[in-house]
Design a protein around this ligand. Structure first.
Ligand SMILES: NC(=O)c1ccc[n+]([C@@H]2O[C@H](COP(=O)([O-])OP(=O)(O)OC[C@H]3O[C@@H](n4cnc5c(N)ncnc54)[C@H](OP(=O)(O)O)[C@@H]3O)[C@@H](O)[C@H]2O)c1
Length: 329
């Protein structure tokens, strides 16, 4: 009897993961390490799940990690676990939707380190499960996942330290927010084209898109608005993150040598965390490793050949010194 669809899909997934893990071994040989223990990485929502793992893995590579969490107690406990493992990890409170918390955090970073080198925007929420598609918490979802990510980028770019290898921003996103996937995409072709096209993509357009959705949620018309059909509010929040990542990669590419900031986003896969009720295909360790790879990638490796290979195998957005861009489209 032939293989079933599920089995074939599983094989394809395993093959893709194997290919990606081969690619990710590239940057980690000794002479390609551009960082040291003075390199500072900030991870948001790092008290648990994928964020905790990103913090652990980055610190394991010898960098200093600022593990942040909106709840001080759980954040301190998470940092303690990593410190007890011999890792260079500090804790600071940070709520990505609270402007005063972000301001206090940025001031502390400036006073303590003078600046940072890596920002991983991992904090996120989702209130949908299984086949349910509630928009009850749509505002919170868009606020945290999109505006929270944007808040952090705006607050911390001025603190990114100049360096020959460039500072890094990694946004933990989702393929549910792909602009041009076969399924779950925005139904409005004209809007999709505007978001896709670099000449029309703008912060105003992305903000307007999520605002229109939230207005329709309020007046009850969202079901006929042509929005993504699965986990609608979450998918749209991540679509906004993907689009904003592309926009910022273009904006940041104008910075002179020595002051470059590379920005990428990626999908960790379906990961067994609290967000999924511990259902999924991958462990938090595996879900975290692409973020770590993107954060530490030597810039000479972000070339067209690698981008093309990744394009065939994964859902990763990369901005590069050669101005090549892939996105979660
Ligand atoms: N798991 C998956 O299958 C999957 C798939 C694709 C993408 N992702 C993305 O991966 C990221 C991490 O998710 P996860 O699976 O690890 O889920 P998780 O275990 O629920 O972790 C989410 C983290 O975000 C934090 N957070 C939420 N709102 C915050 C805020 N306003 N300020 C600061 N931190 C906040 C949470 O803090 P509290 O503990 O205080 O709630 C928690 O630390 C999210 O961006 C998610 O969308 C996950």
């Amino acid at each position: 009897m032939g293989k079933g669809n599920k089995e074939r899909a599983k094989e394809r997934r395993e093959k893709r993961r194997h290919e990606i893990s081969l690619l990710r071994t590239i940057p980690y040989s000794d002479h390609q390490r551009w960082w040291s223990s003075d390199t500072i990485a900030v991870v948001t929502g790092a008290n648990r799940g994928i964020g905790f793992e990103i913090a652990r893995q980055i610190a394991s590579h010898g960098l200093t990690v600022i593990l942040t969490s909106r709840e001080t107690k759980v954040g301190e406990e998470a940092a303690k676990v990593l410190q007890e493992g011999g890792l260079n990890v500090m804790f600071h409170q940070l709520d990505v939707v609270d402007s005063s918390s972000i301001e206090l955090f940025a001031d502390w970073v400036k006073q303590t380190f003078g600046g940072i080198d890596i920002l991983v925007n991992n904090a996120g929420v989702n209130f949908n499960a299984d086949s349910a598609n509630s928009v009850e918490f749509a505002e919170k979802v868009i606020d945290t996942n999109y505006f929270g990510t944007k808040n952090m980028i705006k607050a911390l770019i001025p603190l990114m330290r100049p360096s020959a290898s460039g500072a890094r921003i990694v946004n933990v996103s989702s393929r549910l927010g792909r602009l041009n996937g076969r399924r779950n995409r925005i139904g409005n072709l004209s809007l999709r084209q505007q978001l896709e096209d670099d000449s029309s993509l703008s912060e105003e357009l992305i903000d307007q898109t999520v605002t229109t959705f939230l207005e329709q949620v309020k007046d009850g018309s969202w079901t006929s608005g042509g929005w993504p059909q699965v986990f609608t509010d979450y998918s749209l929040s991540k679509l906004a993150v993907n689009s904003y990542t592309r926009l910022m990669s273009r904006v940041l590419s104008d910075r002179p040598e020595g002051q470059k900031v590379y920005i990428n986003c990626y999908c960790p896969g379906w990961v067994k965390t609290a967000m999924t009720g511990w259902a999924g295909h991958t462990s938090p360790e595996e879900g975290a490793d692409t973020a770590v790879w993107l954060a530490l990638l030597p810039d000479q490796f972000v070339d067209l050949a690698i981008l093309n290979r990744i394009k065939k195998t994964s859902s990763i957005a990369l901005s590069s010194p050669v101005d090549e861009l892939l996105n979660l489209m």
